[in-house]
Ligand binder design. Structure first.
Ligand code: PSV
Ligand code: MN
Length: 429
């Protein structure tokens, strides 16, 4: 496996930090032992935890007002894979990349070669029928899978089939479908007819799914349609997954809900009825802000993982939610944001593993609301950083990924190698 960051830089950074880390890890181990928790067992689980990087996340994002490109931005999917390799090399928590077609269209064999050179795999494929590609016949201005015109729907279905074909060569095992279909004016579309057309189209996509693949449909409350959206909420999404069959699951993008919605309860419901497919992790304050995971409300992220760990520990069958990041970086170096976001997701998982579930169950049975919530807080308040850093060190990553990345000068290097990517209008990301 090719190292993008020089081995000596990584080793030097770790050498400077390893002694302190071992002291901190031992101290946390003692603290957890008093709570009857074996730190090494938690470490093992954290080491096995992974979250996929969205290929589109390593480029600088933008808003509809402007995009301010950063230095050395990836020019194509091969540069993106190189950036993803840096994230994986230093965090060891992001072994796969999620591709978006047509943005990442390239010879699948070359893609596979490039990824395996870096030791990366491919996560879910993402189709794009929310914007027009240069060479397509029908426009998606008024929708795609739910479009009133049969030719446009057919084109959108075929695009999804092409994504599956590309994914097969790459070794992907899932397709994520998000459509921006909806309306901007009351009366513009007939809700029922649009949903019926969507269901017909997505059924045609589902029919082409290989037997070992999963189909993830992603709901979103609004944007780009601002009055109604065809797949707007988890209820609609659940209906879709039920209508399609056992390979269809709901994907929860944390940013796709109204502010203050109890997302962890949605997660619980979908788990209970066997339809939770996975996540797009990010954070938000007002809407689909695509901010870094855990940057605004880390407690909510913990509460989501509390549900996941609860399900995992209660032995739910066929429970294997996909973990992906989906965020947009407008003011930070995307590599740094993605490294920290992956670690934040991992942190929420580690904290959720510390919840005393036996005590919590007893408090719940006895209606002791105060102690029940304190039980969650006790886990959340625990500083699990030594566990996360130890997991990285054991796997050959960096104790401090940001410091090591900055010391490596990677961004300066690619800035000289990659000609600037144009500024300009924003994207939807
Ligand atoms: C839509 O906002 C979304 O969350 C979907 O996952 C898209 O595929 C992604 O963002 C990129 O635009
Ligand atoms: Mn998403």
């Amino acid at each position: 496996m090719e190292n993008v960051i020089a081995g000596e830089i990584l080793a030097a950074g770790n050498a400077a930090r390893e002694k302190t880390l071992r002291t901190d890890y031992a101290a946390l181990g003692e603290q957890l032992q008093r709570r009857a928790i074996d730190i090494d067992a938690i470490l093992k689980k954290v080491e096995a935890f992974a979250v996929a990087i969205p290929s589109w996340g390593v480029g600088t994002g933008g808003t509809r007002f402007a995009r301010f490109p950063g230095d050395g931005e990836p020019r194509d999917i091969f540069d993106k894979l190189e950036d993803c390799a840096v994230i994986q090399q230093l965090t060891r928590a992001t072994p796969s990349v999620s591709l978006h077609i047509p943005w990442d269209r390239a010879d699948p064999k070359r893609l596979k070669q490039a990824a395996s050179r870096y030791g990366l795999g491919f996560d879910a494929m993402n189709s794009n029928t929310f914007s027009d590609a240069g060479d397509q016949k029908h426009s998606y201005k008024f929708g795609s899978l739910s479009h009133a015109d049969a030719g446009t729907r057919r084109q959108a279905v075929e695009h999804n089939l092409e994504c599956i074909e590309i994914g097969k060569t790459l070794g992907s095992r899932a397709l994520t479908v998000w459509v921006g279909d909806g309306s901007n004016f009351p009366g513009q579309v007939n809700f029922a007819r649009a949903f019926e057309r969507y269901l017909d189209s997505v059924k045609a996509v589902y029919a082409a799914l290989p037997s070992d693949w999963r189909l993830f449909t992603e709901h979103k409350m609004y944007e780009p349609a601002f009055y109604s959206t065809v797949v707007q909420d988890w209820g609609t999404n659940y209906i879709i997954a039920k209508e399609l069959g056992e390979k269809a699951y709901c994907l929860v993008d944390l940013g796709h809900h109204a502010p203050n919605v109890n997302i962890e309860m949605i997660v619980s419901r979908l788990i209970q009825f066997g339809k939770l497919g996975g996540f797009h992790f990010n954070d938000s304050k007002y809407g689909d802000d695509d901010l870094d995971a855990g940057s605004i409300d880390p407690y909510r992220l913990f509460l989501v993982f509390n549900e996941l760990v609860d399900a995992e520990q209660s032995g739910k069958r066929d429970f294997d939610p996909a973990h992906m990041l989906d965020q947009s970086h407008n003011v930070t170096d995307p590599i740094e944001s993605l490294m920290l976001s992956a670690i934040e997701v991992q942190r929420a998982y580690a904290q959720a593993l510390l919840v005393d579930r036996k005590a919590l169950g007893a408090y719940q049975e006895n209606n002791d609301a105060l102690m029940a919530t304190q039980t969650l807080k006790a886990a959340y308040r625990t500083d699990v950083e030594p566990i996360l850093a130890m997991a990285r060190l054991n796997a050959g990553g960096a104790v401090d990924p940001i410091a090591t990345y900055r010391a490596s000068g990677y961004r300066r290097k690619v800035a000289t190698e990659r000609p600037a990517v144009a500024a300009g209008g924003g994207g939807i990301v």
